[in-house]
Design a protein around this ligand. Structure first.
Ligand code: TYD
Length: 148
């Protein structure tokens, strides 16, 4: 069983921009991801968001233990990241780059372009008990745990 995250006031400790291998080829480019090589976890689950209507948002939660890599494999979207102390918005629009969420972080995804696809590689199977869906609860958990 993984331990709960150790928290930090800096988002830089919770989130990392990962540049993946990109094999440029006149037949079309290829990018790959290997668990424990390009990301610090074994990939237990893959899911993807697509056909997101203009103006809609996804996410709006944090996780106690789950680590994820988010990739815009098509199109673009914005990811708002928040560790309870600091907020940052990153635009995802390169299929060879991903946002690695290593620690307790609130995320919201919006501004999906038409035809965009958000691919997520996750360290654990879906588990509702790992979610924090209430923002005030998230801030309380993130900031209190940081003091321990
Ligand atoms: P949720 O993670 O809340 O979506 P988002 O953060 O993108 O808005 O999941 C939405 C619903 O889908 C929720 O009822 C749980 C279900 N779900 C699964 O069953 N398995 C999964 O791997 C994921 C990510 C969600």
């Amino acid at each position: 069983m993984q331990e709960k995250f150790k928290l930090s006031k800096s988002l830089d400790d919770a989130v990392e921009l990962v540049t993946l291998p990109k094999l440029t080829d006149p037949r079309g480019n290829l990018t790959f991801v290997e668990g424990k090589r390009h990301i610090p976890f074994d990939i237990e689950r893959v899911y993807y968001l697509y056909d997101v209507p203009s103006g809609e948002a996804r996410g709006g939660h944090a996780h106690h233990k789950l680590q994820q890599l988010i990739i815009a494999v098509a199109g673009s979207f914005d990811v708002l990241l928040d560790n309870g102390y600091e907020k940052r918005t990153i635009t995802c629009n390169r299929p060879f780059q991903g946002i690695l969420m290593k620690s307790l972080v609130w995320r919201e995804l919006n501004n999906f372009s038409s035809g965009s696809v958000c691919l997520v590689l996750a360290s654990m199977a879906y588990q509702e008990s790992d979610y924090i869906r209430d923002y005030n609860e998230f801030v309380s958990v993130a900031t209190n745990e940081g003091k321990r």
